[in-house]
Design a protein around this ligand. Sequence first.
Ligand code: A5P
Length: 227
Amino acid sequence: MGIEEAKKAAAIAAADFIQNGMIVGLGTGSTANFFIEALADRVKSGLDLKGVVPSSKATQELAFRLNLPVQDINHVPRIDITVDGADEIDPLKRMIKGGGGALLREKILASNSKEMIVIVDETKIVQNLGAHKLPVEILFYGSPATRHKLETLGYRGRWRMTDEGAFFFTENANLILDIAFEAPPVYPEEDHEQISHVPGVIETGFFFNLAGRVIVGYQNGRVDIRQ
Ligand code: A5P
């Protein structure tokens, strides 16, 4: 077994928690894709979902292709469970997300769900957040000034670029600044606050107090569910 199988094992375990009549938020990324496939398999076997709400175009396309009942976030009252991956998660279930650039919509879904189930392979488990760069979504208007302001506060990063060398724009038409920490942040909540207070910052990839159950898939085939 390898990493892909570990992600898939966590995803399949998460699909078992979905019940008839639920509205399910769908995260973005390779692990979330395995969940969407596992969920579609359950629907084929008779699970009757009220709807699924995607966090990105890629997720929406996959959900449509697998005949899941896609709904617009603006037309659902509340989401029952959102299932999503993470780039890093620590023992306090604090996370860094946004490697795929969908952090803002992912956070909106997670914040409006009765529960967020996080699915990760074992490589995402960390003692301290910050080895991975922190994605920060930034309004294009005034973005050099916003970046400069962040630098004066000690947050240095690079604009995310596409493979073709153009600026990467999120689905909300914003930029992503990937901030690198020289040492793991001791109080990530304070960093989140400081960064968020800079005008032009839309959202950070820190996710706090959102994760419910965390399902970890291991390369030896084991799945661990942390309540
Ligand atoms: C998407 O913007 C991210 O938050 C993903 O959830 C995160 O990068 C995990 O992606 P993988 O499951 O592909 O590792």
